[in-house]
Design a protein around this ligand. Structure first.
Ligand SMILES: Nc1ncnc2c1ncn2[C@@H]1O[C@H](COP(=O)(O)OP(=O)(O)OP(=O)(O)O)[C@@H](O)[C@H]1O
Ligand SMILES: [Mg+2]
Length: 452
């Protein structure tokens, strides 16, 4: 198994993107590490250790989804994020909640396949090289008759010499841009895409594969550069070297032992009326559909049955109109850990504008760099934007850090429109500039409503 991050390391990684929310970061870090810890304990007790599913609660725009997104890169395990609300959309009702597990399995298969490809990479590259050489310099026909024996030996020797030279040229990349003809399987399915009817997927029937298997495998000749050919053949050879059954078995195991499902917007399927009537009926329905998956059940996928007992579920929701207690009790019980995220302050905004790897100021710098313009933001300017964001959040709707985006967009609109203009090479955003640009909008209530 891959080297696993310690809880502290996980938090440190999350710190690169998410400001504050220490508690939430800590809890998800522990949960993640516990997956690995569980793997390491003895068999009999391991089965007893259930994941501690988490529910993240906090106002809009404070980092819930952001934590999930960044966690995905760290998990080192199959990780999928789904929006609970999507299951309440027309056409989804009562169906396909299990698709989250199927998607997770698919993801896991890709992940394992990629890893395995990496391990056979060198061998595949060697084989691909031989195949390219074969195309560049086909082996001369060997005659078996006695009279030509000597000339054949000569021919063979000459062929080997040329081959060696060619190989060296190929390795040095001298032939990369030369074009050759390569036979590639044309796996394009000729007819329109097939929409598998509901239920078929569960039976493990894949129409696409079924039909394309029935059609004669067509090959077509494509003109490609040597460089491209190397890459195409490398993939082909790698695929041959990998045992897909093994990949699938390992992928399934990973999902069962360390899979993580992040259910975002779970508040959207809570039912505040508690009546189970009207449009909310479908919400409760979705909760009931999700319940067995979270509780642990077997889900049919095209690769076989997958048990969800030890899959970790992390849910998140703003719970504006609803409360966690509006979820059906059984589901609540399956999320024993509740973490509240904090509202963000002007101080947090300042850091959010500057520190994260994807901070807005960094994004704008990068954008303007493409126009050969260097933009700098005075600390006082950033402070002013943050103060304004906090103020508007308080007096109007609180949309958390998203407010920064609207403010920054307005602040830089003129600059973005003006460039490139030849003369301007440096732009400095000062506090005065912030005030002059944004004050008018903030003080005019109508403008504010529409713009910010
Ligand atoms: N604590 C934070 N640190 C850094 N950036 C943040 C933070 N909170 C929010 N952001 C920024 O604001 C954006 C919106 O945050 P996010 O999508 O995480 O909100 P959310 O909590 O999921 O809200 P919602 O309940 O509306 O879904 C993010 O893309 C991120 O850029
Ligand atoms: Mg969100």
């Amino acid at each position: 198994m891959k080297e696993q991050l310690t809880p502290k390391q996980i938090v440190a990684e999350l710190d690169k993107y998410i400001i504050g929310q220490e508690n939430a970061k800590k809890m998800v870090a522990i949960a993640l590490r516990n997956r690995w810890r569980r793997q390491a304990v003895a068999d009999d007790i391991r089965q007893e250790i259930m994941p501690n599913n988490i529910i993240l609660i906090g106002p809009t725009g404070v980092g819930k989804t952001e934590i999930a997104r960044r966690l995905a890169n760290l998990a080192g395990a199959p990780f999928i994020k789904v929006e609970a609300s999507k299951f309440t959309e027309v056409g989804y009702v009562g169906r396909d909640v299990e698709s989250m597990i199927r998607d997770l399995v698919e993801l896991s298969v890709q992940m394992v396949r990629k890893e395995k490809t990496e391990t056979v990479k060198e061998k595949a590259a060697d084989l691909a090289e031989e195949r390219v050489l074969e195309i560049l310099l086909p082996r001369p026909r060997i005659h078996k008759s006695r009279e030509t024996q000597t000339s054949d030996d000569e021919a063979e020797e000459k062929y080997q010499r040329t081959l060696a030279k060619l190989r060296e040229q190929l390795r040095n990349g001298y032939l990369d841009s030369r074009s050759i003809e390569l036979e590639v399987p044309s796996n394009r399915f000729p007819v329109v895409e097939i929409f598998s009817p509901q239920g078929m997927e569960e039976l493990g029937v894949n129409f696409q594969e079924m039909f394309s298997g029935m059609m004669p495998k067509k090959k077509k000749v494509r003109k490609v550069t040597v460089d491209e050919a190397k890459k195409i053949l490398e993939q082909e050879e790698a695929a041959k070297l990998i045992d897909m059954d093994e990949v699938i078995a390992e992928a399934m195991e990973r999902v069962e032992d360390s899979g993580i499902v992040f259910i975002d917007e779970i508040d959207k399927i809570a039912d505040a009326s508690g009546s189970g009537q009207g449009p909310d009926v479908s919400r409760e329905g979705v909760q009931r559909d999700i319940l067995p998956i979270v509780e642990g059940s077997s889900v049919n996928t095209k690769y076989g049955m997958v048990k969800t007992d030890h899959v970790l579920f992390i849910a998140a929701g703003a719970f504006h109109a609803t409360k966690p207690s509006d979820l059906i009790p059984e589901l609540q019980g399956r999320f024993p850990i509740r973490v509240e995220l904090d509202s963000l302050t002007a101080g947090d905004f300042e850091r959010i504008l500057k520190e994260p790897k994807n901070a807005l100021t960094k994004q704008y710098s990068a954008l303007l760099e493409t126009e050969n313009v260097t933009v700098t933001f005075d600390d006082a300017a950033i402070k002013e934007v943050s103060r304004m964001a906090a103020q508007i959040n308080e007096s109007a709707e609180n949309i958390g850090a998203r407010r920064l985006q609207t403010l920054m967009t307005s602040l830089l609109e003129e600059v973005m429109f003006d460039l490139p203009n030849g003369k301007m090479k440096r732009i400095r955003i000062t506090k005065t500039k912030v005030q002059n640009t944004l004050k008018g909008i903030i003080e005019d209530e109508d403008l504010r409503k529409y713009i910010l």
